[in-house]
Design a binder for this molecule. Structure first.
Ligand SMILES: Nc1ncnc2c1ncn2[C@@H]1O[C@H](COP(=O)(O)OP(=O)(O)OP(=O)(O)O)[C@@H](O)[C@H]1O
Length: 512
């Protein structure tokens, strides 16, 4: 059967007897090699497609059209989803911590705007504005300006974005937005991407609005590592740091590398970051940081026309001050440099101290981002390894979701077959043959009750049954009718064949 196909080009399903255990006996791995050549040399695309079995004239094919055609494989290949021991059944799902984080993000995206805030209903193609910070009480300034951050939904693509609005700012020259154009071309994993900027009077007075990507539930470095400490020690001089808020050396190096990487991309593009501050660096997921508020100072200070090389050197200073603030968990730490260095040295290695001092040192020909990279080079490998490990972990999580997607496909088939209203009065349709077995199987999977007649809600049972069904294992189960008058012993393999044939009948219009 491998490689054979009907005249329409798709494999002919009828040629396979689903009940014939020897139906694929001639299909050994060597035979596969004959057809495919060297499977390894052929790479991923010559490998087995686990969905192949569904492909024949399957009404759901439309969702998978455009996929490369794969050589059919023996049914037993589907045992890749062997039922796993009960204690390991959490592996069927994405892990709890990741799921929780993603769900929280998703919830945050859809929180409704609070009523009565007097915000514009619509603003240059954005709607549903929600402030992301306190708009009353004591507010800190963004440089010399008051600014407010909102989340809003774009009417164009329906996605949430962040609008940073600078109050009472009037654009005097149209060229003020020229830097925004350059910024909007920068896509870097450690920079919050800029989408656009505009001026508006929708809030009352003149405002400048810069639009950024939205990273739900992100927290600033200040909130995470500095404020936590200050709250616990109100005198906030950087002594006795709170253990929970304080950044560890390992995480600090990761931050340093990420900011350096962002800075290099920006300097290489002929720009400068201009705001490197604990309150403007976001932690968007575990230890992953992104510099926010880029580009906005370029618009605000457009008239000042400062030299780029000077601004880039200032980036180093700001970066150095940020490292000191994080190490000493205090913002005012730079008021007394000697004390700051002593403080930093208590908790961090000499390498961190050297890096921090280099960053705040006087300008010199060596003070370039390239030279700085050389200084921290040995740490890059560790960061690289961590990133690869994180990727592997996410790929593993994705695999478990892939399995679940397979089961959803099965459940869709059940949904199409069971309780069809057009056959409600035709008992023969659901009470005979394949469909009757499917119906009983559905009860076996979902509608079992305990000895007191209470529903048994057991996800493990459901998943195990569905996995076995999808794998078409030979294991036999006893299906009992609701009136307990009939009882059938069938294998998962047989139920699987029933599902396939009942489903195919629907799609081919052969029912009735
Ligand atoms: N791109 C973004 N995606 C998601 N949340 C963001 C984004 N940019 C900012 N925020 C959130 O908005 C809130 C306000 O940001 P802002 O930069 O004003 O911080 P802040 O600590 O209030 O600083 P400031 O004192 O300058 O107002 C912060 O909690 C921050 O996490």
């Amino acid at each position: 059967m491998i490689g054979s196909s009907s005249s329409s080009g798709s494999p002919n399903y009828e040629e396979v007897d689903p009940y014939d255990p020897y139906g694929y006996a001639h299909l050994n791995p060597n035979h596969i090699d004959d057809v495919n050549g060297d499977m390894l040399a052929g790479g991923m695309h010559s490998m087995h497609n686990p969905y192949e079995e569904y492909d024949s004239q399957d009404p759901m094919d439309v969702f998978y059209s455009g996929q490369p055609s794969f050589v059919r494989q023996p049914l037993n290949y589907h045992l890749y989803s062997q039922p796993i021991p009960e204690t390991m059944q959490q592996r069927y799902f994405v892990s709890d911590d990741i799921r929780e984080e993603l769900q929280k993000r998703s919830e945050t995206i859809y929180t409704a705007p609070a009523p009565g805030l007097g915000l514009p209903d619509e603003l240059q193609g954005y709607h549903s504005l929600v402030p992301l910070e306190n708009t009353s009480g004591e507010r800190r300034k963004f440089g010399n300006w008051m600014s407010t951050v909102y989340r809003a939904i774009s009417s164009k693509d329906g996605l949430p974005y962040v609008l940073r609005r600078v109050e009472n700012f009037r654009i005097t020259a149209p060229t003020a937005f020229s830097a925004i154009e350059k910024w909007s071309r920068i896509r870097h994993p450690n920079i919050v991407a800029i989408r656009e900027a505009f001026s508006t009077r929708a809030f009352g007075g003149d405002s400048l609005v810069v639009v950024y990507d939205y990273h739900p539930n992100s927290r600033t470095l200040y909130e995470t590592h500095v404020k936590a400490k200050s709250a616990q020690f109100p005198n906030g001089h950087g002594r006795n740091p709170a253990p929970d808020g304080r950044v560890s050396e390992r995480v600090l190096w990761s931050y340093i590398i990420q900011i350096t990487s962002a800075m290099k991309a920006v300097h290489d593009a002929g720009l400068s970051l201009r705001v490197i501050d604990t309150s403007k660096v976001l932690i968007t997921s575990k230890n992953r940081i992104r510099i926010s508020s880029c580009g906005i100072v370029d618009v605000l200070m457009h008239d000042a026309r400062q030299e780029m090389s000077r601004l880039q050197l200032e980036d180093f200073n700001m970066f150095g001050r940020l490292v000191f603030s994080l190490c000493c968990t205090s913002l005012g730490v730079m008021n007394d440099l000697q004390k700051a260095v002593a403080n930093l040295s208590k908790g961090f290695s000499a390498d961190v101290k050297n890096v921090a001092l280099f960053l705040i040192s006087n300008p010199s020909p060596q003070k370039t981002i390239g030279h700085f990279f050389d200084m921290i080079g040995s740490r890059l490998l560790t960061e690289f390894d961590e990133t690869e490990n994180a990727n592997d972990r996410l790929e593993g999580e994705l695999m478990s979701e892939l399995e679940n997607g397979r089961l959803v496909r099965l459940l869709c088939k059940f949904g199409f077959i069971n309780e069809r209203p057009e056959f409600a009065r035709d008992a023969r349709w659901s009470e005979t043959g394949d469909r009757y077995i499917i119906k009983l199987f559905r009860d076996y999977v979902f509608h079992q009750v305990d000895e007191h007649g209470r529903p048994i809600v057991n996800m493990s049972h459901v998943l195990t049954c569905l996995n076995k069904l999808d794998a078409g294992v030979e294991e036999r189960i006893m299906l009992i009718s609701r009136d307990e008058q009939s009882c059938l012993v069938v294998s998962y393999k047989e139920v699987k064949a029933c599902v396939s044939s009942a489903f195919n009948e629907l799609g081919l219009g052969e029912v009735g």
